[in-house]
Design a protein around this ligand. Sequence first.
Ligand code: ADP
Ligand code: TRP
Length: 345
Amino acid sequence: MQSGAPTEGTGAGAGSGAAVRKKPMRVLSGIQPTGRFHWGNYFGAIKQYIELQYENEGFYFIADLHALTTIRDAQQLRQNVRDAALDLLALGLDPTRATLFVQSHVPEVSELYWILMTGAPLGLLERCVAFKDKESRGIKADAGLFTYPVLMAADILAYDSECVPVGEDQNQHIEVCRDLARSFNAHYGDTFVMPSARILKDTAKVPGTDGQKMSKSYGNTLAMFEDAKELQKKIMRISTDSRPMEDAKDPDTDHLYQLFSLFGTEEQSEEIRAMYLRGGFGYGEIKKRLAAAAEGFLAPLRERRAALAQDPAIVDAALADGANRARRVAREVLSRVQKACGLSR
Ligand code: ADP
Ligand code: TRP
């Protein structure tokens, strides 16, 4: 079947749109409905989903089974899945181009998960940072959290995915997926398509308000659909160093500059860059400019979301149609896998 080393920012179809491709690539990614999407989620992952949907065959899902490892309140989970679907549609995911669905609506993935589990070395899972990180922060680990990368591998392999757009933190999980696919193929014969990660260099690790990686778990996020006033307040509270105003500063190591360049035009970013290199400016000024640039980008999205929220049938129809399309593919792949390992009826 197909193979390819993981690509960082160089995956086929990487934004240029100029290349002539004979066959559209199968692109897949999932995102957990564990809280409202933030700038890191959008610029690291969701923006890629949207860019890739035009020239490729996109499969994008809301990972509710993965979210069960952290959300144990049924009403909360249902609400989060709804919010995630609305957010993705408002951000530009087009259900007529890409397949948008909820992970648990495709039960074939859970069977594939078990099959992959039987070939997953414990040592491989023990090395996964997501698990080690949670454990080191005192979060009691259960088998679901430990085997999380195997479910993720099932998600990817169930759709013959070739390209998986994600932020940098997911790269290790995609390596695990490749390892599991490789060893299954070696043992049972070519069965799985080998996927590659697609990580955008510039936005692989968007910083949060404290300069660490922006993450729901670190409480340093700026949400895509934050209320305008609240967002402005959070921007004004972004941490900065206490060097004197007149000092020149290195924009490349400054998280405020990195955040600005997500929204500013190239020209605006160049201008701010020159200010940093020259010195003699206050961070307050940069924050005001960031707030204005972000608001220009986010206000229309907020309006689009509010309009979509008026019509829940649109979301329901997109998810139902998505689940049908996704199941059709997953059923075929699962049947191939069952046959390969001797489970066929
Ligand atoms: P969080 O760390 O906030 O819980 P998730 O793990 O749900 O975020 O990530 C969803 C997607 O967004 C993944 O593809 C992940 O790689 C990407 N992502 C999350 N945080 C960032 C960030 N700070 N920079 C770039 N991409 C990110
Ligand atoms: N683990 C991913 C995250 O936390 C979400 C996810 C689940 C995913 N299954 C996937 C991402 C398959 C890409 C492909 O962000």
